[in-house]
Design a protein around this ligand. Structure first.
Ligand code: C2E
Ligand code: MG
Ligand code: MG
Length: 639
């Protein structure tokens, strides 16, 4: 039976009783209590009492204490406007979403409202006459209640968060205000508690806190929480004289998966990586996703360098197993940077920074491996910074040179083209290899200037050769992958061709596979624009990247350059031989020329010629040399 229904029932009953009483009431009663038209009586009910106001034709029932509780403090003797106010107050009391509980001066519950019953789950007959401590959750210590009553008694009011128990046993938080009500004589007559259920607010607060500290994709701690936990772990390690290791894990070529298979697959892979790392170490470690494809592991009890290295090796080995995502079998390697506490750093921030330097080293060493942060590494980093400064100066001082390496037609053996390769003539160190300074130039942004300068020199040189009657079909220039994604490249090439007057068909741009695959859409657009200009395009170091054949087919490329890594093993290494044969067949099927680099032996040239490779380049034909030292007439015997 609902409380409302019961209240209605009780009202009807009262109406009946009152009607009878009305008839019996004497004029004496009327005059002694009120004016001629009104009468007030207190009626004892089964579980309490009610004030009954009699007036001509109107019966109004009210729980007097209730009126006190909502602060109306109305006096029922007042006139009809007051009765109107009382009715309003009763409606407010009943409709308010806050739970209201009233006790008498002895602390026994005398009133509760509808919201109270809804929030607590208790019907009113189960609580009336009871003490509010029946809702205690056990969440607060005794001194919490002592303090609460102390405030109540001294100030007359207490507000705060309190955890109570619902009828179903659930503990939940309330925001509660308790106030003391005094009677006309100033004596304590009641306690009124008004409260709201704040569990929803608490939950969203908790959720917000979780969101601020976790990565939404993998639900792993984010950088903020990881740094915080690392700081705590270091403090504890310091006390217990323990060693810790921080491993920074980066997925190799993750971007390519994202680009070729889409972000949904990329996201699923990141989740799978998180799960695999967690499964690998369980609770032994703290795992976090710092952003993108970068994860971090904190091993709290890792006293020795070799233990940290073993952890890294476990990850690398485990990642040899492919990930199965949405029907795709994905192979992804990792590079790991390791930094140790207390040997390498004493703070979380420094530990992270050092692990990052080590990661850089691991990537530089060919990826799919780990590196440790050591003093030696710091020195290496410092050396790089110094080189960057010097390189800037070298550009101003014109210390860069362009060397040219001959490219021969394998069938005719004639020199048909050259590749322009930059060199740095360092005043103290002598000739510095681009392998040393190009990566630094790429990171510092100097590469744009270097490549533009080399291209300008090469085009100018080519014009001079052609004017001198040299039968040369192309000059090849390397374009850094950093520049290839930039739209300015096209304007730059057009400008240089215009300034030098070189026939665009004589200029070949070499781009690496990774440059193309990093951002295939931009690359495709760039390539089409270059083709419109009339320049030739070649893919350099082919076979070392992750080209998708489908994408390759769409590219307006005229040439594939087989990476020297595959040529080195020819003709005896069966794997290299097989790969080279496949690349040649692939290029031919797509109507592209094939160009092998790194030919150092006649047998290599022989194998390549035999299998249909068009062009050859390498020390066996000629090393890179200054323009004036090229031997145009050289036609080495291949068989
Ligand atoms: P790459 O474009 O693949 O150039 C071929 C590299 O192989 C050159 O190294 C060349 O000297 C070397 N090489 C040629 N024949 C042989 C051989 O028979 N055996 C061996 N072991 N090596 C051979 P280099 O000149 O040191 O250049 C290294 C890389 O630096 C180049 O690789 C290219 O990626 C980059 N690079 C060179 N010049 C430039 C440039 O002007 N701009 C840009 N962005 N990159 C450049
Ligand atoms: Mg090249
Ligand atoms: Mg190459």
């Amino acid at each position: 039976m609902s409380a409302t229904y019961r209240a209605a029932l009780r009202a009807s009953l009262l109406y009946l009783l009152v009607s009878i009483a009305w008839l019996q009431l004497s004029a004496h009663l009327l005059s002694s209590f009120f004016d001629s038209s009104e009468a007030l009586q207190r009626w004892q009910l089964i579980n309490g009492y009610a004030w009954v106001v009699f007036s001509a034709g109107l019966i109004f029932l009210a729980r007097a204490r209730l009126f006190h509780s909502v602060g109306i403090g109305a006096r029922l003797r007042e006139r009809s406007e007051d009765r109107q106010r009382l009715r309003q107050a009763a409606a407010v009391f009943d409709c308010t979403r806050e739970g209201v509980l009233v006790t008498d001066s002895n602390g026994l519950i005398v009133h509760v409202n509808r919201a109270f019953m809804e929030i607590t789950g208790y019907p009113c007959e189960e609580v009336l006459g009871q003490r509010p401590n029946m809702f205690k959750s056990g969440h607060h210590p005794p001194d919490f209640y002592q303090a609460m009553f102390a405030t109540l008694n001294s100030v007359g009011e207490w507000s705060g968060e309190i955890w109570n128990r619902r009828k179903c046993g659930e503990i939940y938080p309330q925001w509660q205000t308790i106030r003391i009500i005094h009677d006309d004589q100033g004596r304590l007559s009641q306690y009124v508690a008004v409260f709201s259920d704040i569990s929803a607010i608490k939950n969203s607060e908790h959720e917000l806190k979780h969101l601020a500290h976790h990565d939404p994709l993998t639900d792993l701690p984010n950088r903020l929480l990881f740094t915080d936990r690392t700081e705590q772990a270091l403090a504890s390690a310091q006390i217990h004289k323990r060693g810790c290791a921080l491993l920074l894990i980066d997925l190799d070529h993750f971007k390519m998966i994202n680009d070729s298979l889409g972000h949904t697959i990329g996201d699923q892979l990141l989740k799978a990586v998180a799960e695999r790392l967690q499964a690998l170490f369980g609770q032994e470690i703290t795992l976090a996703r710092l952003g993108g494809d970068e994860f971090a592991v904190l091993a709290e009890n890792c006293p020795q360098l070799m233990q940290a290295a073993a952890l890294a090796q476990r990850i690398i080995d485990d990642f040899r197993q492919p990930f199965l995502i949405d029907g795709h079998q994905l192979f992804i390697n990792t590079s790991i940077g390791i930094s140790l506490f207390p040997g390498d750093a004493l703070s979380a921030e420094q530990l992270l920074r050092n692990a990052d330097s080590a990661l850089f080293k691991a990537k530089g060493a060919g990826r799919d491996g780990y590196a440790l942060y050591t003093e030696e590494l710091t020195a290496h980093a410092q050396q790089r910074v110094a080189t960057a400064v010097e390189l800037r100066r070298a550009l101003e001082q014109q210390e860069l040179r362009v060397y040219y390496q001959p490219v021969h037609d394998l069938r005719t053996r004639r020199l048909v083209g050259v590749e322009a390769l930059v060199r740095w003539e360092h005043p103290q160190r002598g000739l510095v290899s681009p392998a040393e300074f190009i990566p630094i130039a790429e990171r510092t942004g100097l590469i744009a200037q270097i490549d533009a300068w080399v291209m300008q020199q090469a085009c100018q040189q080519m014009c001079q050769w052609l004017q001198a009657g040299v039968a040369l079909s192309f000059v090849a220039v390397n374009v850094s992958s950093r520049l290839f994604a930039r739209r300015e490249l096209f304007q730059q090439v057009a400008k240089i061709l215009h300034e030098t007057g070189l026939d665009p068909a004589c200029l070949e741009l070499e781009v690496t596979e990774s440059a193309v695959m990093e951002d295939p859409e931009v690359a495709l657009e760039q390539m089409h624009r270059m083709r419109e200009l009339g320049v030739r395009l070649a893919i350099d170091d082919f076979g070392t990247g992750y080209s998708s054949l489908l994408r390759l087919k769409r590219l307006p490329v005229q040439k594939l350059k087989i990476d020297q890594g595959f040529v080195a093993g020819l003709p005896w290494d069966e794997d290299d031989a097989a790969i080279v044969r496949v690349i040649i067949a692939l290029a031919q099927s797509m109507g592209m020329q094939v160009h092998a680099e790194g030919i150092e032996q006649v047998e290599q040239a022989g194998f390549l010629l035999e299998h249909g490779c068009d062009l050859g380049q390498g020390y066996w034909f000629g090393r890179p040399v200054p323009a004036g030292q090229l031997d145009w007439m050289r036609m080495p015997e291949i068989r």
